[in-house]
Design a protein around this ligand. Structure first.
Ligand code: PHE
Length: 342
């Protein structure tokens, strides 16, 4: 395309006029592109100057450049005018009624399992415990072997597992592997709780699910005794369920504790007399015991100098007791009609 100076003037006149009446910033931007963009009309005119005969080139080039500068200036000025006009009338067109009272916002809240876990953490932190975490995908060594549960041990049947990639990795069946991991990476004194999800291939019913929550406790120091464990369980149960609760300790068996005990708390509904929601007045809350010397060794701790206790409790079960929930599955179904009650 070749352009002579007369064409240039015509284009400039038209653009000047349209800028002066452009209604908003968007219209201005479109004009800018039409005139000065890569394929703009003035841009094309400027480019074609090079094709003019040499004697016209200088004059045409100067004229085109001057027009370009003029259009740029006009665009800027019109933009400023529009902006000023907008600000002057803003109060009439765009306003906010700051006196409006907004409708109530319905706030969410914490899940009952989270609430109970927070209580558990608060209780044990008063006793100086720290919170430790371990992986949910475990190896057989930490989940079983290091806890005195060799391959053919019957305890593996009661903790039927989900394996991942052959026999090497599994979803942990309890939080006890955190005992080993923590001992391997820390020196006594040790005082931790280790909460988290655990997995078992259990058929689902009101008190069993394939995923549930536990928290592990582990204390290792000089001269830790069974009486320390008993006092700890008592303090914990009364803090969570109320000072009037009684504790019953009975013998039990776990491969990784010796001796092993089971702890039950007196039923809050019948006061220990026995009713429909308890077994003869007692509710099992946790398994525990003195850490087996071999387990201490597996954790890199010398049982000649140290002793310890461990306990493991089901968080879902505690939450069921705490809030009188009759079906474990309610915790995982995320039905707001259930969750809103807490
Ligand atoms: N890990 C055991 C279970 O899941 C509970 C437990 C933990 C027992 C610590 C004793 C000591 O059944």
């Amino acid at each position: 395309m070749s352009v002579n100076v007369g064409d240039l003037d015509a284009i400039a006149a038209e653009i000047r006029q349209r800028i002066s009446v452009a209604a908003d910033q968007l219209a201005l931007e479109q004009l800018r592109i039409e005139a000065l963009g890569k394929k703009g009309r003035l841009t094309a005119a400027l480019r074609s100057v090079g094709a003019l005969p040499p004697e016209q080139r200088a004059a045409a080039g100067a004229r085109a450049n001057a027009l370009k500068t003029e259009v740029e200036t006009l665009l800027t000025e019109r933009a400023r005018q529009l902006q000023t006009a907008r600000l002057e009338t803003l109060g009439d067109r765009e306003w906010v009624d700051v006196s409006v009272v907004p409708g109530a916002v319905r706030r969410g809240h914490l899940h009952p399992l989270t609430l109970v876990l927070r209580e558990v953490k608060a209780i044990f932190s008063r006793l100086g415990y720290e919170v430790a975490l371990g992986p949910q995908l475990e190896d057989e060594f930490h989940n079983f072997e290091a806890l005195n549960i060799p391959a053919e041990h019957p305890a593996r049947d009661t903790m039927d597992s989900f394996y991942v990639e052959g026999q090497r990795w599994l979803l942990r069946t309890h939080t006890s592997p955190v005992q080993i991991r923590y001992m391997q990476s820390h020196k006594p004194p040790i005082r931790i709780i280790a909460p988290g999800a655990v997995y078992r291939r259990d058929a689902t019913d009101p008190s069993h699910g394939s995923q549930f929550y536990q928290f592990e406790g582990l204390v290792v120091d000089h001269d830790i005794r069974l009486s320390d464990l008993k006092g700890t369980i008592e303090y914990f149960a009364r803090s969570l369920f109320g000072a009037d609760r009684r504790i019953r300790i009975a013998g039990d068996h776990f491969p990784f504790t010796e001796p092993s005990i089971g702890a039950a708390v007196s039923c809050g509904l019948c006061g220990g007399k026995g009713c429909r929601s308890c077994k003869a007045g007692w509710l099992e809350i946790l398994g525990a015991g003195m850490v087996h010397p071999q387990v201490l060794r597996n954790g890199g701790i010398d049982p000649a100098h140290y002793s310890g206790f461990a306990f493991g409790a089901g968080l879902d079960r505690l939450a069921m007791l705490r809030y009188n929930v009759s079906d474990l599955r309610l915790f995982l179904e995320n039905d707001v009609r259930f969750l809103r009650q807490f």
